[in-house]
Design a protein around this ligand. Structure first.
Ligand code: R5P
Length: 310
């Protein structure tokens, strides 16, 4: 069978080349533009019949991107792709997973149902699973929620200082504890109170290692940056000599990255899930095996059915 094809709607996604190389895929070519009224025009220029097609999408600020993505997925199906899968290293619409106030729309569920109707599988990294414990609760297609920990570990292994990993809140314990175990570094977990999108308080436990180790604030996502800013301030108050921040996903709303650097973080790094100047951690080695598993028919599948999904 021909190699899989990777399609994107956005140029310059930092994961595109390493991912294609890791799974030995070709680049799928499309023409994508907007009509003067803003509607999408899409044309698939690569022959796709019988080939596995992978959509690599940056779903940070997704509303403008989502409809063209659905069109492309459906177009690939209609034009004969063997399968169409989505790699969304950052999976959007994972926060409104419940109606907190009467009348609120549970967008997580609707987003997942819409996507499930258009693609055959979804691969993502560290989605915001909080009240929803597994993507299978809202997606009706095969999903893989991978951990960014191995990629973060490879990066941390190259930092030659005694490190102290710092999780801002209980939610971060899962990532921080896994990373601490993988890197043999000690860790502490703070207590976060969030009173609004931009109103966050973080308290850290007293720990003598804060004053002599390089503190590494670890979180799954930096959005407004307030969680990291408050953690950074608490570390500085406790005498931390050097603070670096490592996050899987860097959204950096309202120039949050600049605020974090101005507040005294010596280094700010993220994975290459969302394009940006702080991408230093490659997720391709984490994502590639999951794609290969999803598009490889189980052993014993007859030759005639090899273009189909397992
Ligand atoms: C919280 O549940 C997450 O793990 C992050 O700590 C949070 O989403 C970061 O948001 P912000 O940068 O807006 O404080």
């Amino acid at each position: 069978m021909s190699p899989p094809l990777v399609f994107t709607l956005e140029n310059g996604l930092p994961l595109n080349t390493p991912l294609r190389q890791a799974i030995c895929a070709d680049s799928g070519v499309i023409e994508y533009r907007r009509f003067p009224d803003g509607e999408s025009y899409l044309r698939i220029l690569t022959a796709i019949t019988g080939r596995h097609c992978i959509l690599l999408a940056n779903l940070c600020r997704p509303d403008d991107k989502f409809l063209p993505l659905l069109y492309l997925a459906q177009g690939l199906h209609f034009q004969g792709a063997a399968s169409v899968g989505l790699v969304a290293p950052y999976l959007s619409y994972m926060r409104q997973d419940k109606a907190f106030l009467p009348g609120e729309v549970v967008t997580s569920r609707i987003f997942a149902e819409t996507l499930s109707a258009s693609v055959d599988w979804v691969v993502t990294v560290d989605p915001h699973l909080h009240r929803i414990h597994s993507l299978d609760e809202i997606y009706s297609i095969p999903t893989r929620a991978l951990s960014g920990t191995p990629a973060l570990k490879s990066w941390l292994d190259r930092q030659h200082h005694p490190l102290l990993l710092v999780g801002p809140d209980e939610e971060s314990r899962q990532w921080v504890a896994a990373l601490a175990e993988a890197t043999n570094a000690p860790f502490i977990i703070g207590r976060k109170q969030r009173r609004g999108d931009r109103e966050v308080r973080v308290e850290l436990p007293k720990d003598s290692r804060i004053a002599c180790n390089t503190a590494v604030i670890v979180d799954d996502v930096i959005s407004s940056g307030h969680t990291v800013l408050q953690t950074l301030a608490a570390l500085k108050m406790a005498g931390a000599p050097r603070v670096i921040c490592a996050s899987v996903h860097g959204i950096f709303a309202e120039s949050a990255d600049q605020k974090i650097l101005r507040a005294g973080a010596e280094l700010l790094v993220t994975s290459n899930s969302i394009p940006g100047k702080h991408c230093a951690i490659d997720l391709a080695p984490v994502i590639a095996p999951a794609i290969e598993e999803l598009i490889t028919p189980p052993a014993g599948t007859p030759q005639s059915a090899r273009g189909q999904l397992p």
